[in-house]
Ligand binder design. Sequence first.
Ligand SMILES: Nc1ncnc2c1ncn2[C@@H]1O[C@H](COP(=O)(O)OP(=O)(O)O)[C@@H](O)[C@H]1O
Ligand SMILES: [Mg+2]
Length: 326
Amino acid sequence: MLPKSREEFDDIYIVQELMETDLSTIIRQQTQLDQEQICFLVYQLLRGLKYIHSANVVHRDLKPKNLLINGNCDLKICDFGLARALDPQIKLKPKVYSPYVQTRWYRAPELLLQWRDYNQSIDMWSVGCIFAEMLRKKIFLPGASAKNQIELIFDVLGSPNEQVLQMAPKSPLSISVNQMQKKRGRDFEKLFPNGSKEAIDLLRQLFEYDPTKRITAEQALKHPYLSKYHIPEDEPIAVPVRYLDFEFEEYNLTIEQWKDCIYEEILLYHYPEFSKDYESNIKKGYSIMKHIVNNDNAKQLDQIQDEDEEDEEDDVPQNQQNQQIQ
Ligand SMILES: Nc1ncnc2c1ncn2[C@@H]1O[C@H](COP(=O)(O)OP(=O)(O)O)[C@@H](O)[C@H]1O
Ligand SMILES: [Mg+2]
């Protein structure tokens, strides 16, 4: 819907298809998910992720609450609030590229250990956690703090080898992780008594510590566990996002300037001429928001809360966090 004018533009409505429930509600209500349904949900999750990842986008907050489900077992990935483009040209503000993303229980070890250059593989770790949660009907790795999360991961999956541990930059957490007692890990056959051999094999590849060796969405779709649903010609990819579409990531804008950006984004859908200019500027490599960066609204100072700061528990100094092993 087109606002009457920029001055009268105060509300945003996002219209989406209504889904019946989300996966977290289904698991919490202990609604019976049979093995066939779990397999179909994992397939759809991976199919969606293949598309998202091919656009050079990382979701960064995959968890059952962000997976919408219909009665016929259709799955849609929602909540792109923390999603980011990974184009190397996009210079993200340090906070935007913060390791403090994602709900802790679904967070990959490389995020917990604060590697700077994480990529799509962090979403694949979350897929492992979600898959395991469906099979076990309870949260797989419910860590009480970042350190406890690492302890749980090592306890359940076994300690990673030295080479992987060396990849983490030195931090109080990585030093204490290096001093942790080596763990052998639990027996997956016992953890997932209902899981087929194929399901367990896929889980192991999702829980690969080394992000460069962790299975990708595209590879996972070809895994024997999903052979029943895998149709290569019906698993589309996207056009990678362009640097200038995400130019806004580079600037610290005031709320009024954000409104300017969103207002102009709305205009793109209503005025073909506007959209033509936008595309032509992008083709020429011109900035599409210089006029906003320097406009009068820059002077309207306000306090913008960065969404990455939402995860407050992780801002507690490490030595004050709950250190118990569950
Ligand atoms: N299209 C939709 N249909 C049904 N429920 C939805 C839909 N979009 C979101 N929800 C519900 O609202 C919750 C919050 O939405 P979400 O997009 O995840 O925002 P956030 O977590 O940032 O508040 C979801 O976990 C889901 O339960
Ligand atoms: Mg959400």
